[in-house]
Structure formats: C-alpha cells, structure tokens
Design a protein around this ligand. Structure first.
Ligand SMILES: NC(=O)c1ccc[n+]([C@@H]2O[C@H](COP(=O)([O-])OP(=O)(O)OC[C@H]3O[C@@H](n4cnc5c(N)ncnc54)[C@H](OP(=O)(O)O)[C@@H]3O)[C@@H](O)[C@H]2O)c1
Length: 323
C-alpha cells in the first residue's frame, strides 16, 4: 500500500478502475470508462474474485479482489469509480484517497453522517479530487432547465415550493436491484432521495429542517423547510406497485409553475461527463460543485429525515370521531 497520499496525478487522471462488479458497475461505470477517449480503463475490483474476473472478461481488462488486490490496484491507478453499496463505498473511498487516488462516487456518498464527514476530511487532507455522480445533474435537458429556472428566480423572486415524487419498483420481475441488500435495508429514502434532493437543493438552497411520515413498506413522505422560507415535499419509495413507478417534479413561485423535463441520454453518457468533471477538478485543483462536501450535505438531510422517522413522537395522531 502506498504511504504517500500525494495525489497520483496533478494533471487529469487517465488510469481508472471500477470498485464493484454489479449491474450498475458494468453497464454505467465500466461502459463509460471503456468508451471514454481520454482515459484508460484498467479493470474491476470486487470482494468476490470470480465476479470481478467475469466482469473484467466482458471488457477485456484486469481484475483484482480481496484486501491485497485492493492495495495493489490503488498503487496502479490515478482514479477509481465506486459502484458499491453506499455504506461500503464511503470508507473504501477514504482508503483510495489516502492512497492518493481521485474518487468518482455514486449516490449517496454514505448512509451515515459520520462516514460522510470522514470522507470529506480524507479528500481535504490528501488533496485528491472527488465527484458524486448524480444522474440528473449530468444530463443537458436537466441542467439547461435548472439554469433557466435559476434565471427566472433571479428576475422574479425565489421559488416558493415544489413537490417531488421519485419511485422505483424493485419488486418488478427482472429488476436488477431486487437482491440489493442496502436498498432493502435503507429503502427509497436513501436510494431515490438523493436524486430528488439533487434537484431540490439546486433550486431551493439549503435545507434547515425536516419532518417525515411513513407510507407502505419503505415509502416515506418528507417535508423540507429551506433557508429563506421555501417549503418542498418529497414522496420516495423503491417498492411502488408494478407500473406505478417513475419520477416527476413541479416547482412554483413568482416566476410561474414548471415541470421537471425528461432526459433522453443514457446513464453511461452522463457518467462520461462526470469522468470529465473529475479530471478537470484533479488537473485544476478546484473542487467540483458536486464533490464530497456537497454529497455530505445531502447525507445530512437524509440522516435528519431518518432521525425524524425514528422519533416516538414523530407524527401527531388525528382525533378520529367515535361511533
Ligand atoms: N444513478 C442511478 O440511477 C443509479 C442506479 C443504480 C445504482 N446506482 C448507485 O450505484 C451504487 C451501487 O449500486 P448497486 O445497485 O450496484 O448496489 P448493489 O447491487 O446493492 O451492490 C453492488 C455490488 O456490490 C458488491 N458488494 C456488496 N456488498 C459488498 C461489500 N460489503 N463489500 C464489497 N462489495 C460489496 C456486490 O458484488 P459482489 O457480490 O460481486 O461482491 C454487489 O453486486 C449505489 O451507490 C447506487 O445508488 C445509481
């Protein structure tokens, strides 16, 4: 294991590996890296050597596994992208950063605030670059819409409210995430919540207070109070009945009422833009707006929602008429 945490690359990193061997690791992270004209895709690391070798064979690259394999890999690459359960991702990203390797994370950056803070501190301490891949924020239809809405708010006044519905259906037959442990444990709050928050936080600024109540299975309804006075609501789940999943959002204020548009590119195309952003951040030394600090602040909101849900007095019962 290298002891010098000086970033391997003071220029744009070229040699990348993927930590993780699952569906998303292969179809999005690896696909984007293999197709990227300016990077060399070195291979996969996985805890399971056979899974890593199978994924690597698909792309004609190397594979690593286990503790020693990870140390060896980190000594050979400039950057890693992580497609692992987020509770595993955070501390592995700290380890990569401590080895001087730049990190391209997936959402959420962690599933508890202490781990997110460790990650922020590691990236600061080591001077490595970081970017969190928040799919919607790497799609031109969405970023153009956000820029237009920001301009409208500057002209007419801040947005006052919004409703955000983000729902997956992982119990639909054939869904690649049906067996995902962390999704079953943490639900839509931690899986679809980061997507909703990526839009909410782009338009409404920092969240100051939260309240929440549970729905069926993992579903949660969340109310967010923003600095400046706006209020937004989120409806999040991973287990929407078949045919009822999907996401939509509407925001309103003095600049009118507006619906979030659809995007049309693939996730791998978006991920390639995240690779470019990481390379720029590493080469310039200027942190990306979607770095681990931004990711940590989203985790803080999700953790506050979870804390609210766990309070014994988290909801106020409605008085039901007798008789
Ligand atoms: N933006 C999006 O739309 C989107 C979509 C999908 C996923 N993602 C993100 O991508 C990340 C990974 O998601 P995923 O769906 O691939 O997760 P996952 O299916 O739950 O797990 C991915 C892989 O991680 C490995 N793994 C599990 N536990 C591990 C551990 N303790 N140590 C090391 N490896 C472990 C497993 O591979 P082995 O069994 O081979 O070890 C598993 O196949 C998450 O952050 C998720 O939010 C984003």
């Amino acid at each position: 294991m290298p002891t010098d945490p000086t970033p391997r690359s003071a220029t744009a990193p070229t040699r990348f590996a993927v930590l993780g061997t699952g569906h998303w690791a292969r179809t999005t992270h690896a696909r984007a890296l293999a197709d990227h004209p300016d990077v060399e895709f070195a291979g996969f690391w996985g805890r399971d050597g056979e899974h890593a070798a199978t994924a690597a064979a698909e792309f004609g690259v190397d594979s690593w596994s286990g503790e020693e394999g990870l140390s060896d890999l980190l000594a050979r690459v400039d950057a890693v992208s992580l497609a692992l359960p987020p509770d595993v991702q955070a501390d592995l990203a700290v380890r990569a950063s401590d080895a001087g390797v730049h990190v391209l994370l997936d959402k959420p950056v962690a599933t508890d605030l202490a781990a997110a803070d460790r990650l922020v501190e590691a990236v600061r301490r080591n001077g490595t670059a970081s970017v969190e891949f928040l799919t919607y924020l790497f799609m031109p239809e969405i970023t153009t819409w956000l820029a237009e809405l920001t301009e409208l708010a500057e002209r007419h006044g801040p947005w006052e409210g919004g409703v955000f519905r983000w729902a997956g259906s992982i119990d639909t037959p054939g869904n690649p995430y049906a067996g995902s442990r962390w999704r079953r444990e943490r639900g839509g709050l931690w899986d679809t919540g980061p997507h909703a928050l990526s839009i909410v936080r782009s338009l409404f600024g920092e969240v100051e207070a939260v309240a929440a109540a549970r729905g069926p299975r993992d579903a949660v309804g969340v109310a967010l109070q923003h600095r400046g006075g706006a209020g937004t609501t989120l409806s999040l789940t991973l287990t929407a009945p078949e045919g009822t999943g999907g996401s939509f959002a509407t925001v309103w204020g003095p600049g009118g009422r507006h619906d979030l548009p659809r995007f049309h590119g693939t996730a791998a195309e978006g991920f390639a833009r995240a690779v470019d952003r990481l390379r720029t951040a590493a080469a310039t030394g200027v942190p990306d707006a979607l770095d681990v600090r931004n990711g940590r602040d989203a985790v803080a909101v999700l953790a506050a929602v979870e804390a609210h849900l766990q309070r014994p007095d988290g909801t106020t019962a409605v008085v039901v008429a007798q008789g």
